[in-house]
Design a protein. Structure first.
Length: 83
C-alpha cells in the first residue's frame, strides 16, 4: 500500500538516511520503510518477551494446576462477556 507523506527530518537524520539509501542503492522511501519495519519487529519481540515473563511468573507462583488453551477457549465461549 502506498501513501504520500511529508516528513520533517532533522538535517543530520536526513543526511544519515540519504547516505544509507545511497549505499544500499535504494530510494529514501524504501530505506525509511525498512527502518520502520525493523522497529515494528523489535516492538513485537519486546512484547513477546514481556508476555513470556508474565507467563513464567504465573507458572512460578501457581499451584501447578492449569488448563490447556483449547479448554480455556471452550469455557470462554460458555461464559457471557459483560464488560
Amino acid at each position: 500500500m502506498t501513501h504520500p507523506i511529508t516528513a520533517d527530518f532533522p538535517p543530520d537524520a536526513y543526511a544519515i538516511l540519504e547516505r544509507k539509501a545511497k549505499s544500499e542503492k535504494k530510494t529514501l522511501a524504501q530505506t525509511v520503510v525498512e527502518i520502520i519495519e525493523d522497529a515494528l519487529d523489535y516492538i513485537d519481540d519486546e512484547e513477546d518477551m514481556r508476555l513470556s515473563a508474565i507467563c513464567d511468573e504465573r507458572l512460578a507462583t501457581s499451584d501447578g494446576k492449569y488448563m490447556s488453551s483449547d479448554e480455556f477457549w471452550k469455557r470462554a465461549h460458555e461464559v457471557p462477556y459483560n464488560p
